[in-house]
Design a protein. Structure first.
Length: 199
């Protein structure tokens, strides 16, 4: 049982690594990376899709936790500082997980449940969304729900737009274009321009 747990964990971590490296994945890739036979994926997870769903869920949980921790850590800072940190976090997340996000949005192997879980997590999950709106409203001194929704969508675009520009080219995340988005000077200008839109 203990060994089974280790194998499951290894397969989850290596699937995550493969998605980051390649933006796509096969059962054969997973089996070779983990030194197991192809049938092991179905044995431990039921299907490749179930395994990938677990991987995506873990990554989504991590970024949501980071967002909530950031808001709590900087709740007494001014709005410009807080939003700057928020954009930086989401922007960095998108560049560090570009392969996985490429799979999520563009892979023919993605199913509706995986994509729906991603959207639900950031826009429908009441605990997360209400926490973001509450703190955003306090910082902006506004209780206008529609205004807060608009601000949040703009904030979210700080992650989506660089992401889509990067992965319109299937190999962009591995090449020069990706290096542009990782450049600290570029990121600083991007955050400053986003703040001008938001504040």
């Amino acid at each position: 049982m203990k060994n089974d747990s280790k194998i499951r964990r290894l397969m989850i971590e290596e699937t995550k690594n493969l998605l980051e490296e390649q933006g796509k994945i096969t059962i054969k890739d997973i089996a070779e990376r983990c030194y197991v036979n192809i049938a092991s994926v179905n044995y431990y997870f039921g299907s490749k899709e179930n395994l990938i769903f677990i991987v995506l869920s873990e990554v989504i949980t991590d970024i949501k936790t980071d967002v909530m921790n950031l808001i709590e850590q900087y709740k007494n800072k001014d709005i410009e500082f807080l939003l700057g940190q928020f954009i930086d976090l989401i922007y960095t997340f998108s560049t560090e997980h570009i392969g996985m996000l490429h799979y999520l949005f563009f892979s023919s192997g993605i199913n509706e449940g995986q994509l729906a879980e991603f959207i639900r997590s950031f826009f429908i999950d009441p605990v997360f969304v209400n926490m973001v709106y509450k703190n955003l409203g306090r910082q902006l001194k506004s209780e206008d729900r529609k205004l807060l929704e608009v601000k949040y969508v703009i904030l979210f675009s700080s992650f989506l737009m660089p992401l889509f520009i990067q992965i319109l080219n299937p190999i962009a995340y591995a090449g020069e274009q990706m290096e542009t988005f990782k450049d600290e000077a570029f990121k600083k200008h991007f955050i400053n321009q986003m703040l001008k839109i938001l504040i």
